[in-house]
Design a protein around this ligand. Sequence first.
Ligand SMILES: CC(C)(COP(=O)(O)OP(=O)(O)OC[C@H]1O[C@@H](n2cnc3c(N)ncnc32)[C@H](O)[C@@H]1OP(=O)(O)O)[C@@H](O)C(=O)NCCC(=O)NCCS
Length: 262
Amino acid sequence: MPVTIASDVSLEVPNHQPKLDEGEVHAWICDLGAVDAGMPALLSAGEREALRRYVRERDQLAYLRRRLIRRLVISTYTEVSACELGFESTCAICGSTSHGKPRLSVVELTDLEFSCSHSSETAVVAVGRKQALGADIEKIDRTHPVDDLLAFTSDRDERDRFEAHTEKDKVASFYALWTLKEAYLKAIGVGLSQDLATLAVEFEKGRPAALADRTPKRPRGWRVVLAPLRDYCIAVSHQVDAVRWFSGARLLSSLTSSWGSR
Ligand SMILES: CC(C)(COP(=O)(O)OP(=O)(O)OC[C@H]1O[C@@H](n2cnc3c(N)ncnc32)[C@H](O)[C@@H]1OP(=O)(O)O)[C@@H](O)C(=O)NCCC(=O)NCCS
């Protein structure tokens, strides 16, 4: 069936930090521009070093904002303040600790799982407990030839299913498949080192989409959920009962103003 991106997902705007149960993932959609860029002191020494390596001011600002958003959102689920959160990574492919899926390094917080993604002016930070999860966001660009794009995300069988679709439906399908599959690959930590075409997404009316990984020895039971929002396609892959979508606007403005006054 075609992937219908009919209407925007509705975002909850919580007044206070919502309680995160084990069976839930909370996905925060944040405007990168909503974070006060005058707070680099919240970053670790390593992040400040990485910040200095960006040549273009615009890239520096984008890096700063997405790292601040990650700290601010995650810190609201912990007793640890945003500047004290420690992060580390290990690459699932080569074992290097210089890249790979990030996780919290503070021992008391290692049951907190998160995944971040950003595209253009928007970021998503998904947070859960104990179960791995992945998030991906892409800004929809309607200028690329969609058949070329579908070749990037899908194998022959999957593409054949879209053959009869209108261009608009094909674009929607492409972004849905891309973000859903990338969210899963981020959840298992391998990223785009695994070909998106090795994955299949099954859309069934009235049921959550299921994802099948055709490579050997991959875990089963992954679910993927899509949140269309304005010009963006956002996906979360998870193994829990529910994904709740939140607007980060109020949270970030209250956190940035309280940090600004310290
Ligand atoms: C992870 C990846 C899919 C991100 O793609 P993207 O669309 O450019 O970026 P997104 O905004 O969606 O996500 C970036 C975030 O994903 C997270 N991330 C990085 N590597 C990750 C991984 N292997 N798994 C899960 N999440 C990862 C980080 O939080 C990163 O944020 P940062 O850029 O602020 O550090 C892509 O960079 C990739 O595939 N990397 C791994 C490639 C690889 O493993 N090669 C083998 C090396 S030996």
